[in-house]
Write a protein that binds this ligand. Structure first.
Ligand code: C2E
Ligand code: MG
Ligand code: MG
Length: 708
């Protein structure tokens, strides 16, 4: 009947089978993440696709044998064969996708797959060979048993690979694809032994022989399949790191891929993440299962951007994303939440250790040095982990994981931290501040106080520094130290900064209307550095309040400037172009402050309080201030001494030639009306005597700021 077959066509069939299996792994991953309402539809589509694959493989296999094909193909039988192929797809996909795989369900699906496989063959035979052959019962039973066995093994393989946590992901996937393909081929060979020639057609004495050989061949293939499977699984159990993870994660189920993916790293974006989180939570609810949410933040990523430029920063993010992607298991999910933040959702967490293993792998993956465009870059990451539903509902979960991540950073970075009672307390506190800050923005509880700056030699007012205060309903007046960091962390800082700028401009405007030429210093937060529109925004606010450029100075802390040098220089040139003045705040805290200064186009430096406090006591402190003043003057910069608290300090500073002073000695920060009162008092004194008097500052009454 088929004394020989074409081995080259069989090879093609083997490759086609392996490719179809490879795709099937992807289908299972996609189904695993599908929402309950989409699951049914996706399962139908994927079953039909797998069916198509099987159908084609059987078609190729049929061609491989030298059968006596009939001239007229029966399309009806082919269609029925395709129906059976789809049924195999359904049995495999549906059971492999299950959260748990009970033995009865495995066997039932295996039987369905096996019988359906037999169905494919029978109807293919009818379609292509007509009535030339009869179906032999005994070989059929044996062949079906083989088919059921192959079906069960394939289901176990695919099910097992879904949450597989080893190494060499693509190789393992490819290896098992080939194994399953061998299984399919051997099943076909087993089926082919079920055909016996009908006596009306020519007889073939070699039928028995060839059937026997074919069946033997099929058995050998099955044996290879089985042995390889057992060896690999067993080997993997002995040495979990030997085989790498398989990666068909992140197959997103959202409808518009453009809305779901981060264009840089190609990972799912925040949108997709939220969507996936909800689905995963539903799934956990449905199955009474748990999942872990890991918030990952890169440590010291910003300096990379500043030192090597954004291009290198981008490339680094891409590589980090790739490393994360290969560090997680097949049943996990990773997304880029924005900037240098990633979020991983870990499913199938039967034990604490399974979470730790994945998280630690991600940390280790980032710790390895990166080589990007010739630069060696070393970074690390901090991870916070919260568990659903143990640590709260979805909304709370994000906050909890975030809080745990901050704790990991606080503890020294490059580590993970699980959400616990201690973090819960700190997190509750932060949430309270968050809510209060939102209220504060909503109800305009912020206010600006102004601390006068005076000209050292003449004691004339040089302007004032605008300092932000929060009029807290129960805690009283709070200074920025209490809330700026929280505002930055919760992303409220832009709103607050914009308010500060507008309020400062409004004050200048009101002062002008009261006949006072007021110059104000406004503090910029480090977040504002990154805002490309900052200068345009400042100009438009200034225009609204008709504030001339010389009435504003923008203070930038030296620490921020040093840590963001390239950004800072760009910003400085924009400020210069717009004729806006910039001052370096808290100057002198860094060892290289002086050398750094000569490269910057700023108009003022504000000596940090720590220098001022020592000038009256220590000759060395005075000598340093003296040197700084000389250098700054050589560079044409104005020097302001901050934190002047006594007459001794004032006198000592006077000897250095410093230009301006500011401190509690003259005035604490005061509200707008008091500032205007000071100006009016000084101006009146000046009009009477022709000089400004320090006593006018010292006798200031009645406001004395009480902050917390
Ligand atoms: P800064 O810019 O260095 O402001 C000077 C700080 O020193 C103010 O603290 C001021 O009250 C305090 N100070 C002034 N004179 C003396 C003195 O004689 N002795 C002592 N011990 N301290 C004195 P404040 O108001 O608590 O502000 C703290 C920091 O908060 C500021 O430091 C500034 O970096 C930031 N900040 C203030 N207002 C704003 C704002 O509107 N936006 C932003 N982003 N940051 C602000
Ligand atoms: Mg300042
Ligand atoms: Mg300062």
């Amino acid at each position: 009947m088929f004394s020989e077959f074409s081995s080259s066509i069989l090879l093609i069939s083997l490759v086609a089978g392996a490719l179809a299996c490879f795709a099937t792994f992807g289908f299972v991953a996609s189904l695993y993440r599908a929402s309950p309402d989409r699951y049914g539809k996706l399962l139908a589509v994927y079953s039909m696709l797998v069916g198509l694959g099987l159908f084609s493989i059987h078609f190729i296999n049929m061609r491989a044998f030298n059968y006596n094909y009939i001239n007229e193909l029966s399309y009806l039988y082919l269609l029925i064969a395709y129906g059976f192929a789809t049924s195999v797809g359904f049995a495999v996909l549906h059971s492999a996708n299950k959260q748990t795989l009970p033995i009865y369900s495995l066997i039932l699906s295996g039987i369905q797959a096996g019988f359906s496989g037999y169905g494919i063959f029978i109807f293919f035979t009818k379609a292509m060979l007509g009535d030339q052959y009869e179906i032999l019962l005994l070989p059929s039973m044996l062949a079906i048993a083989i088919a059921v066995g192959v079906g069960i093994l394939s289901i176990i393989t695919i099910y097992w690979l879904k949450s597989y946590d080893g190494a060499h992901r693509y190789s393992v996937r490819a290896f098992f694809s080939i194994l399953i393909s061998i299984g399919i081929l051997s099943t076909h060979l087993a089926f082919s032994t079920c055909l016996g020639s009908v006596s009306s057609f020519e007889t073939d004495s070699s039928v028995l022989n060839s059937s026997f050989i074919t069946m033997l061949f099929a058995m050998v293939l099955i044996f290879v399949f089985l042995t390889a499977f057992i060896v690999v699984v067993f080997y993997d159990k002995l040495n979990p790191n030997i085989v790498k993870r398989i990666n068909f994660k992140n197959t997103t189920s959202t409808s518009n891929p453009l809305d779901s993916f981060d264009p840089l790293t190609k990972l799912p974006n925040r949108n997709a993440l939220n969507q996936h989180l909800q689905l995963a939570a539903k799934r956990c609810d449905r199955l009474g299962d748990s999942m872990a949410v890991a918030y990952i933040d890169l440590d010291h990523f910003k300096p990379v951007n500043d030192t090597f430029g954004h291009h290198v920063g981008d490339l680094l993010l891409i590589e980090v994303a790739e490393r994360f992607n290969s560090a997680i298991r097949n049943c996990d999910y990773i997304a880029r939440a924005g900037g240098d933040e990633f979020v991983a959702i870990l499913g199938e967490i039967d034990a604490h250790e399974s979470i730790v293993a994945v998280v630690q792998r991600m940390i280790d993956a980032v710790k390895e040095p990166f080589f990007i465009e010739g630069h060696l870059i070393e970074i690390s990451c901090s991870v916070g982990v919260a568990i659903y539903p143990r640590d709260g509902n979805l909304e709370k979960l994000k906050v909890s994981a975030d809080a745990a991540m901050y704790k990991a950073k606080e503890n020294g970075r490059n580590q993970y931290r699980f959400y616990d009672a201690e973090i819960e307390q700190a997190s509750d506190e932060m949430q309270k501040i968050r809510k209060e800050l939102l209220d504060a923005i909503e109800n305009e509880q912020f206010t600006l106080h102004f601390q006068p700056k005076i000209i050292a030699k003449t004691q004339a007012p040089a302007g004032a520094e605008a300092l932000l205060r929060w009029n807290h309903p129960s805690k009283g007046l709070l200074t920025p130290i209490y809330f700026i960091e929280a505002a930055e962390r919760f992303g409220f800082i832009d709103k607050i900064n914009n308010w500060v700028l507008a309020e400062a401009c409004r004050t200048i405007h009101v002062a002008q209307n009261n006949g006072i030429q007021l110059s104000l210093s406004v503090n910029l937060s480090r977040q504002q550095f990154r805002n490309a529109q900052l200068v345009d925004h400042i100009k438009s606010v200034m225009e609204t309040y008709q504030v001339p450029p010389q009435s504003l100075i923008f203070e930038i802390s030296e620490t921020h400037a040093i840590h963001n040098q390239s950004q800072f220089k760009k910003l400085l040139s924009k400020f210069k172009f717009a004729h806006l003045k910039v001052s370096i705040d808290d100057f002198g805290l860094h060892p290289f402050s002086l050398t750094y200064l000569q490269n910057l186009e700023v108009s003022e430096v504000k000596l940090d309080k720590s220098f001022t406090s020592g000038v009256a006591k220590y000759g060395s402190a005075l000598a340093i201030v003296d040197a700084v003043v000389k250098l700054a003057h050589a560079l044409n910069l104005t020097v302001v001494a901050e934190g002047v608290e006594s007459e001794e300090q004032r006198l000592a500073l006077l000897t250095t030639g410093c230009d301006q002073m500011q401190g509690y000695y003259f005035s604490k920060p005061v509200p707008e009306e008091q500032l205007f009162a000071i100006y009016n008092k000084l101006n009146t004194h000046f009009n009477n005597t022709g000089e400004f008097s320090i006593n006018d500052y010292l006798n200031l009454e009645p406001y004395s700021e009480q902050t917390y």
